[in-house]
Design a protein around this ligand. Sequence first.
Ligand code: SF4
Length: 251
Amino acid sequence: MTRTQLWASGGGVQSAAIAALIVSGRIEKPDLAVIVDTEREQSTTWEYMDAVIAPALQSVGVTLHRVKKSDYATVDLYGGKDGETLLMPVFTDHSGEPGKLPGYCSTEWKRRVVQRWANDQGVKQCDMWLGISTDEMGRVTRTSGKWMNRYPLIEQAMNRGDCMSFVGSMGWPLPPRSSCWNCPNHTAQEWRDIRDNKPADWQSAIRFDREIRIRDPHAFLHHDCVPLDQADLDEKNGVLFSHCDSGMCFV
Ligand code: SF4
């Protein structure tokens, strides 16, 4: 049985580089291309997708399907046996020291949504293309069976810098950072960018941060375990954990 080549775009620099490889003919076209809308994605991601990536792909006959998370996900913010587990990697001061909860959102809101959507398209076996570059080898996972991962940027020996150069060589602007506006993995710089350049996303994040403490007074989006609108977003006060350390958020 033929394996479907399915590109799961994440909307960031590496995904723009895969789009550039496809448009320039350096790699084959995927059979299917999809990006999941978590419905909390930063607004600038869609502006860039609509203005640059989707039209460029369409010019070579590739449609980038935008799939709403709520159409396929079985959970949103809370899950687990009791339905009370927050699925995001938020920070907590429950023990008296700042810590971080495990995150399941990338799996529930992205990977499983892509798989269910692909099933609806009749996909039986597939190679799922992920935008991981050579400087992120730790995020590469060996897979086997009907659903296998494939890494076009690693096959092309491209690191993040190569991705940026190649996107630039297409005459495309670099994409904005792609992530949910409420992602606890944001660095101080990323929070400042949202605060200073995306006021609607910033207000949504502040509201969200307050709301998660209604169920759990110890849950915070910021690693200092303080309300987001009171957090020190100075560069010196960097994040303690690496971005999207679950290794499952598509980039
Ligand atoms: S960007 Fe952050 S909040 Fe959104 S799915 Fe990924 S890890 Fe979760």
